[in-house]
Design a protein around this ligand. Structure first.
Ligand code: FES
Length: 127
């Protein structure tokens, strides 16, 4: 496989329920990672342009789900499943989705914007 132009590291860290800090997996990162991999493959970008990789905590938990884009050196934050097509379109056009790029203040919890709410927990199946 050739070296890709970009590697997108998707934080899949999951903390136990009840930990106040929360985690990207609790906010839906696992589905986002899968959706991103599929979208890159469907657009023909996965073999040359960009590879989605799983990552542990990127230390911007309050702004997750988070994706670090390397070697460019910027982070997407508060990513939702609805954002994936726009992210992939931007990769194909060699640009970034500015509204999702974390500003410097989001790298410090005390100055970061509000986190995304955790998705609602699914009720257990009825017996
Ligand atoms: S849990 Fe995802 S950045 Fe920390």
């Amino acid at each position: 496989m050739p070296q890709r132009k970009r590697y997108l590291f998707v934080c899949l860290n999951r903390r136990p329920d009840g930990v106040p800090k929360g985690s990207c997996a609790q906010r839906g990162a696992e589905g986002i990672y899968t959706q991103l991999k599929v979208a890159l493959a469907e657009r023909g970008l996965a073999k040359v342009e960009a590879r989605a990789c799983s990552a542990s905590c990127l230390d911007v938990c309050w702004a997750g789900p988070a994706i670090a884009v390397q070697p460019d050196g910027y982070f997407y934050g508060r990513v939702t499943p609805e954002d994936i097509p726009e992210i992939v379109d931007a990769l194909a056009a060699d640009r970034r989705v500015e509204r999702l790029v974390l500003p410097p203040e989001d790298f410090t919890e005390a100055t970061a914007g509000p986190p995304l709410p955790a998705p609602p927990r699914r009720a257990p199946p009825e017996a």
